[in-house]
Design a protein around this ligand. Sequence first.
Ligand code: 26V
Length: 798
Amino acid sequence: MNAMNPMSADVLRVRIAQHLTYTMGKDKAHASTYDWRMAVSYTVRDLIVDSWFEATRKTYEQGGKRVYYLSMEFLIGRILEDAVINLGLHEQIEEVLNADGVSLLDVVENEPDAALGNGGLGRLAACFLESMSTLGCPGFGYGIRYEHGLFRQRFEGGRQVEAPEDWLNQPHPWEFERPEASYTIPFKGYVETQGGKAVWHPAETVLARAYDTPVVGWKGKWSNTLRLWGAHPTELFDLERFNSGDHTAAAAPEALARTLSRVLYPEDTTDSGKELRLKQEFFLTSAALQDILRRFLSEYEDLSLLPGKAAIQMNDTHPALAGPELIRLLVDEHGLDWAQAKDIASRCLNYTNHTLLPEALERWSTWLVGRVLPRHMQIIEQIDAEHQAATKCAPDLRIVHHDQVHMGTLAFVMAAHVNGVSALHSDLMKKTVFAELDKAYPGRILNQTNGVTPRRWIRLSNPALSRVITETIGAGWEDNLDRLQELNSHESPELLANLRAAKRANKVAFSNWVQDKMGIALDPDAMFDVQVKRIHEYKRQLLNIYETIARWNAIRKNPGANWTPRVKIFGGKAAPGYFTAKEIIRLINDVAKVVNNDPLTSHLLKIVYPANYNVSMAQRLIPAADLSEQISTAGKEASGTGNMKFTMNGALTIGTLDGANVEIREHVGPENFFLFGMTADEVQARYRTPDHARKAIMQSQELQDVLQMLVEGRFNPEEPTRYHGLVEHTWNHDPFLVASDFVAFLACQTKVDAAFADHDRWDKLVLRNIAGSGYFSSDRTIQGYMADVWDVKSLLDR
Ligand code: 26V
C-alpha cells in the first residue's frame, strides 16, 4: 500500500479499532496512550508488510546482487512517525485519532527511541537503510538487538549521571522474531589439525536469533530489512542443578549467553581489550555471514559466484572479523581451498573508515584474539603473511604488530574498496594513517561523502519548513533533494518572510518545551546558537563555553551596547569513562547556573543544556536553530552529519574547514558560511610550535580573563578549585588547540551577531543554505555506494 493508492481514513479507523480490541484487548473507553500507540503501530506495520513482501519477491526474481550492511550500531530513534510520514498517512491517522479525542503527537511521543548507537556512525547507518529503501536498493542491515541501548543521561549538581536505558521493557511492535533463523556462534576452545585440515573445537557456543524490522522507504514503494541478532543460550538450563535446588547456578549458562546482546558499549574510543566487546563483534559478524551464505546457497550452488551476489559493507572496523570469518566458513565448513576462499572474501567485502583519531582505531591483543577465536588468529596470521609477501611492507604496516591485531589494517587488506566519509577525510586517509597502504594497494581508497535522510530530517521534524518548500517549488523534493536549488530562483520578500515565520514557530515550540522541562524562559527572537553532538575534546565544546564566558564578560562591561541576544544551547553525552568530557559538561552547567541568574544580562544571554540528547531531541532542536556550531579542530572530524541537518533546516554554520563542513561551504556558497580557524595543514604546523597554548593565551586578554575566572572559582564558589585541572590542561597541553583558535572564533562570532541583527541579510543567508543543502541527502550518498562500491542496481522503476 502506498501514497499513490492512499488508505482512506475509514479503512484506517476500522483497522486501528480492530487492533485496539483484538491485539491490545482494550476498549476505547479504557485505552491508554500506550494502547493507542500499539494499535496504530500494528496498523501501520500491516501496511508495510505488503511492500516488504513485494520487495523480497522482486529481489529473488531478479536474482541480482544484494547489499549487506554490517554495523554494530543503528541509531534509529522512533519508528512510528517515520513510517507514517513515508506512507503518506499522517493526515488520515490524525483525523481518525482526533475523532476519538486522541492526539497523534502524544501517540508518537509515547514511543521510546531505539537508541542502538552512540552517535554519528550509528545514525548514519539508520539514514542509509532508509535511503536504500527509498531507492529500491535491495539490502539488509545486520546489527545487534541490544536489550539496553545508549544510557540515559541526567545531571546531578551539573554532573552527568548515567542510568540504563530500557527500551524493550514494553513489547516492541516493529519487530518479527524469527526463531527459525538462528545460528550457532562458537568461541574459545582449541584448533586441531586433522589430515591437513584445521578443526576448531569451541569450548562455548551461543545462539544468534534473528529479529527483523522492516524499513519502509519514501511513499512505501520498497522496504528492506533490518535484521538484529539476539543472543540466546544453546542449552536452556541445567535441569539437574535446578532439581538439586541450586536455582541460580542452573540459570548461569542462560545469563552468560544473553550478556552478549545485553548492552551497547557506550565508549566511542577504545580504551581496552574488553573481551565482551570482541565477542559482540564476532557474534554480529558470524551470524550475518552464516545468514548470507545460507541465503546464497538456497539459490545457488557454486560459491565462486558469491561476489556477484553479495556486497558486504563493514561499517568501521567493528565487523572487521568478517574477512577471517568468511574465509573460515568457506574453507572449514564448505571445503573450498584457501586461495579461492580468500579471493571470494576480498571481492565481497568493503570497509568504511569513520575516524582517524588514533585512540579510536581498534586493536586487539593477539593473546585475547587467540584465546577467544583461536581459529581466526591462525587465519589472520596467514592473511598477514601473504600481505607482507605481496607488499614487502614495513613491520608497522603488518596486521599483527607488537602483539596486537590492527583491525584497520585487517579491514583494509581484506576489502575491495575502502572509503572515507568526506572529501577532506578521504584525502587525509591517503596522506596520513593509510598512506603506505594506499601505495601498496593503489586505487582502493575512495570517497563517499555522508548524507542524511531528508524524510526524517526535514519532512518529519520540520513540517513548517516542509510546507514552505512545497508551496514554493511544488511537491516531490523529498526524494530529489537537489530540487531545493529551485528555491533560489523563487527568492522574494514573501518567501523570505515565510521561511522566517516557519523558523520562529519552531523556536516558539522549542521554547515551550524548554520552559516545560527545565523551567527556563527563552526569548524566541534571540539567536538560538546550538552545539549538539557527543562530548569530545576534539569537537571543542570547551571553545564554545569559553567564548560564552567571554561574551558574558563583555556584556557585563557594557550592558547598554547594541548586543544581539543569544541562547547558547548545548546537548550531548560523554562516554562514562571519559573524565575530561565529563568535566566539560559540569563546567557548562556551572556556567549556566550563574549566567542565567544574572539580572544584568539574562535578557541578552542564556545557556541551556537539556539532559539526554538523543534522536528525538535532535528532531525538536535542529528545526529551531539559527546557528550551528561545527567547530572541531581541523582534520579531526571525519565528516559530521549534524552539520548537514542544520543546513537543511535553515541554520547557518559557524565552522572550521573540517570534515563535510568544507563541502557544505562549497555548496551553499562561501559567502553564506561563517568560516574561522586554522586549516588542517596549519593545525599540523601549530602542533610543532613549542608552547603553542601559552603563546596563544598571551595573545588574548579575553581568554586570560576567562581562565582567571575559572582559577578563582567564579562559577563554583562552593569548590573553587574544581576547574584548576581544566585550566592547567588549557595552558600547558591544549591538545585540540582551543587557545590557538580562540581569537578567530571570537571575531567570527562578532560577525555572526551583526549578520543576525540585519534581518533581511540573515533571511537571505538562510535561503542560500537551505537551497544549497540538497547534495547532503543520503540518497546521493547511497547512489554513490551503489555505483562505485557495491555495483548494485535499483529494483524500482523510477
Ligand atoms: C568507536 C568505537 C571504538 C571501539 C569501541 C566502540 C566504538 C564505538 C564507536 C566508535 C566511533 C567511531 C567513529 C565515529 O562515530 N565516527 C563518526 O562517524 C560519523 C559518520 O561517518 C562522522 O560523521 C563523524 O565525523 C565521525 O566522528
